[in-house]
Write a protein that binds this ligand. Structure first.
Ligand code: ATP
Length: 229
């Protein structure tokens, strides 16, 4: 469903990702892992259309989307949960979810369905988003992206700034999202959480692929992650 070939992107003169090629199958799940600054967020921004590709192509559902706007990609079913969540802090949780209804495609994920997936978000529906804990905000950000009914969900560093137990609870939800037929591409620094939910792994080191495959050995992933022997 998603096929990326030789993708590069840059901030001005600084190339942040170089010649990345990867695939996510329909309903599949892929983890892109790498340390701070490896280029993970850049990869997701380029797939979502927030950053222009300097080389390569992005195909989605058989169509070349490399030059489409973020809005056009969202309409085709690509939804990004950005790093830092970016909720509207002064609006309630429920209002944050309602905003996503404007981009809604037909499908399984209604506001009630995402409340079932994240009961804590349902309990907090009348709270201002800015007053919630980091974990609750992350759950709300994922819920908001799902309400649009994406066929591909891009998750940027779910674990960022959260206690391990909270990260574990959020990751427990990922297989349930995938079971509904939503494909997921997640990027993570937290290798152990990513490996809990993904067999397919793509490692980035300084903007380039250092290792990719299924059911990889942890020792190999560790070398690919840190760039050491
Ligand atoms: P992190 O977990 O810290 O977000 P990452 O793997 O997501 O790491 P990116 O954020 O994609 O990495 O950053 C890749 C490189 O691009 C880094 O060297 C970073 O400093 C640089 N970079 C990221 N955003 C910008 C920007 N807006 N302008 C200039 N350089 C940037």
């Amino acid at each position: 469903m998603l096929e990326i070939t030789d993708l590069s992107a840059a901030y001005g003169q600084m190339t942040a990702i170089r010649n990345i090629s990867l695939r996510v199958e329909s309903g599949g799940i892929l983890a892109v892992i790498g340390s701070n600054g490896a280029g993970k967020s850049t990869l997701l921004k380029t797939i979502a259309g927030q950053l222009k590709a300097t080389t390569g192509s992005i195909r989605f559902d058989g169509e070349d989307i490399t030059t489409l706007t973020p809005h056009e990609r969202a309409r085709r079913g690509v939804s990004l949960v950005p790093e830092g969540r970016r909720l509207f802090a002064s609006l309630t949780v429920h209002e944050n979810l309602q905003i996503a209804l404007s981009a809604r495609r037909t499908g399984r994920w209604t506001i009630d369905a995402v409340y079932d997936l994240f009961p804590l978000v349902a309990e907090r529906r009348n709270r201002r988003a800015g007053e919630m804990s980091g974990g609750e905000q992350q759950a709300t950000a994922i819920a908001r992206a799902l309400v649009a009914n994406p066929s591909l969900l891009l998750l940027d560093e779910v674990s960022l700034g959260l206690a391990p137990a909270i990260v574990g609870q959020l990751y427990d939800r990922i297989p349930l999202i995938q079971e509904q037929g939503t494909a997921i591409l997640l990027v993570e620094q937290d290798v152990s959480q990513a490996l809990r939910v993904c067999d397919d792994v793509h490692c980035l080191l300084q903007g380039a692929t250092s290792l990719a495959g299924r059911n990889l050995e942890l020792a190999d992933i560790s070398r690919a992650y840190f760039g050491s022997e």
